[in-house]
Ligand binder design. Structure first.
Ligand code: GLC
Length: 414
């Protein structure tokens, strides 16, 4: 059974910031990684993306560099998404990158490149498979409304699919060295369409799958989507709630996963880009609540990160270069921050992140007499303080420092 006690969690808890990558043949459709499902595309039609997937500009070293410069400490790559397409050279299927015009295993050079930059390696693997001939059709399958397809598929055997699923996980966890994080996606046992039911732990044989993962990679971290009620919590495209962050009043491991534009896979016409300061605030908010941020990029089908994603990573990297100290190794604080601010803390350092810049004075409740020194983190310039009983008054400059989110570093009396 997976527990944080027998896993190597320090890199995860201290690193705080990771890169999610969604890349597959859906990147060629360039309209969301669920395109097969949303448009109910028949597998024969969907094959056009398989036949035209030719990432001629793929340069994983440049991806790894961009992630490292953004301040990220790990990455999670979609080895297979729900459409069933595999990025690596699986012996168990023909539906894989080496058989597209790409002509090679696309996973291995990526793993090598990110490892070389010192990032930890995570594999996202879809439990769902809309391509496998034995995966029983259900209400989230692209062919859910295709009566003839359903009729022809009615003898599909989940056991055979599960053998494939477990077999591929075995490949991934034996052929690519030490893997730090296994990210399964996803279970939906509570769904019921009458003619079909959702799938969960009993369908995937999740306990056996978890056992297999631990046998192959004893120190690995696992996420919470195997429907076993354990693993790193993964609130998706929303802030974490108290229910995500705690179990029986005790903090648990969690990571919020976020897109830059609302789509995980490359989505050409999408204009919903979050500005860089919003992304930095998401990271700060996660750490201030004791969790991580896994931020996604969906590379295009030529194998490149688009300009907007690169711009966001660059801006975040500039902020992280000056403010990494308030993120890495930090967690929530027992002190209550003022309005529009977030605290993170590591030992005797308390970090005040100012989401809006106040005029000159800011009063911090509960910190009177407790702070021996204060400075802006971006340039280590002193911030003079006054103790006013149990309250501490900060005397801030009129000019807001020119960084996405200014941070005041408070040295607490020990
Ligand atoms: C989801 C989606 C998906 C995405 C993911 C990331 O459940 O199905 O497309 O990969 O979660 O969290």
């Amino acid at each position: 059974m997976w527990t944080p006690e027998n896993a190597d969690i320090d890199w995860f808890v201290n690193g705080r910031f990771g890169l999610f990558i969604h890349w597959g043949i859906y990147s060629a459709a360039a309209r969301h990684e669920w395109v097969m499902n949303r448009e109910k595309i028949h597998p024969d039609t969907y094959r056009r993306y398989f036949e035209h997937f030719d990432p001629d500009l793929y340069d994983p070293e440049s991806w790894a560099k961009a992630a490292k410069e953004a301040g990220m400490k790990y990455f999670v790559i979609t080895t297979k998404h729900h459409d069933g397409f595999c990025l690596w050279d699986s012996k168990l299927t023909e539906y894989k990158a080496p058989n597209t015009p790409a002509g090679r295993d696309l996973l291995r050079p990526m793993v090598d490149a990110f490892r070389a930059e010192g990032l930890r390696v995570g594999f996202y693997h879809s439990l769902i498979d809309w391509h496998h001939p034995e995966f029983p059709i259900d209400g989230v399958h692209p062919q859910r409304d295709d009566e003839a397809f359903r009729e022809a598929a009615k003898h599909r055997d989940m056991k055979k699919y599960v053998a494939y699923l477990h077999g591929q996980v075995r490949e991934l966890l034996t052929e690519y060295g030490e893997i730090d994080y296994m990210w399964f996606d996803f279970s939906y046992p509570q769904r019921d369409w009458g003619w079909s039911k959702g799938k969960g732990a009993a369908d995937w044989m999740s306990k056996e799958l978890e056992r297999l993962v631990l046998e192959l990679q004893p120190k690995i971290i696992m996420n919470d989507r195997l429907d076993l009620g354990r693993g790193v919590r993964t609130p998706e495209q929303r802030p974490a709630t108290l229910a995500d962050r705690e179990q029986d009043g005790k903090p648990v491991l969690w990571e919020t996963c976020q897109t830059m534009d609302g789509s995980w896979g490359y989505d050409r016409d999408n204009l919903d880009w979050k500005p860089a300061d919003m992304l930095v605030k998401m990271l700060i908010t996660s750490v201030s609540q004791g969790g991580n941020l896994l931020l996604n990029v969906g590379p295009n089908a030529r194998g490149q990160f688009d300009r907007t994603s690169l711009d966001r990573l660059k801006q975040m990297g500039e902020w992280m270069q000056l403010h990494g100290r308030s993120i890495y190794g930090c967690s929530s604080s027992d002190f209550q921050p003022p309005a529009d601010a977030r605290y993170t803390q590591a030992g005797d350092r308390l970090y005040l992140h100012l989401f809006s810049w106040p005029f000159k004075s800011l009063w911090l409740e509960g910190l009177g007499g407790k702070v021996r020194y204060a400075q802006l983190l971006n340039d280590a310039s002193e911030i003079r303080v006054n103790d006013e009983g149990s309250t501490l008054r900060l005397n801030l400059p009129i000019q807001r420092p020119e960084v996405l989110v200014p941070v005041v570093e408070l040295f607490l009396e020990s």
